[in-house]
Design a protein around this ligand. Sequence first.
Ligand code: HSE
Length: 328
Amino acid sequence: MKQVNIGLLGLGNIGTGTYKTLEMNREHIRRKTGLDFNIARILEKDVDRDRGISVSKDIFTQNPDDIWNDPNIDIVVELLGGVEPATTFMLDALGHGKHVVTANKAAVAANYEALTEAAAKNNVMFRFEASVGGGIPILNALTTALLANEYEEIMGILNGTTNYILTKMTEEDLPYADALKEAQAKGFAEADPTADVEGEDVANKLSILMSLIFGKRVLPADIPTTGITQITKADIESAAADDCVIKLIAAAFKRGDEVTYFIQPTLLNKDHPLASVGNEFNAIFVRGNAVDDLMFYGKGAGPLPTGSAVMGDVIEIGRAIAKGAAFD
Ligand code: HSE
């Protein structure tokens, strides 16, 4: 059976979730693809942490060159998070002819052109499904099954941590700080949860979505963004008194050549389809000019849902490698 070798950058929450997804479903993936996916090297400093997985210490390295220079490694999976050094590492990997998969929305949103151009120049694939919507295959759907459409609108709940906090504050009367702690303990939040609660994480995701569906580059910092830090118990109670809930909504609309975009806490009537999207779930509403309205729903954060999306990209690339495909 042909082996596809992976060099993993980072064995944190999402790295561990990806490792577990592969471990859990290895036989199933072999049967479905005829390929044996193997995590061959891991760039990670913390070798000793108990992650509930069995990894040979021999495959750890602290030198990224060990991964680029290993001719057996086909795909580099970047799960370090943060713009740097992740972007430099991905550009290095692409420059060495490695296919790259990432879940890193901050790096993709900041350096979309550089990364996609480096992949095209080196004739390798660059995939980032897990960067938006966690386990929801939204980028895949938008760029394959829905490719015949011109898009008019995209809106939704794009951050699991803030949705979890708002849900717990609304349904269980949990204080903000306790709900945030729970979201961190469950592996939903970013290393620095400020990015979640101030809306920066959603801005990264909306920026990526606009690049893909409208071909419009808007840097995350240029998206008018309000997070949830100012939402009080009183706001939630007053929303409930009006049969409403508060959700952090991201939206982008295209009218002619004009694109309007924003991220803000929004009052939704309890009957609204997004009002019942709770906890770490995300939901993304899209309107295409042929397909009309679509809604995608699923776990938007968490190690296994995100690991599922990462492995989906890895398997897509593995299959292309096995076919000897021309890459894009
Ligand atoms: N911190 C992010 C969230 C992780 O809570 O949605 C998934 O992108």
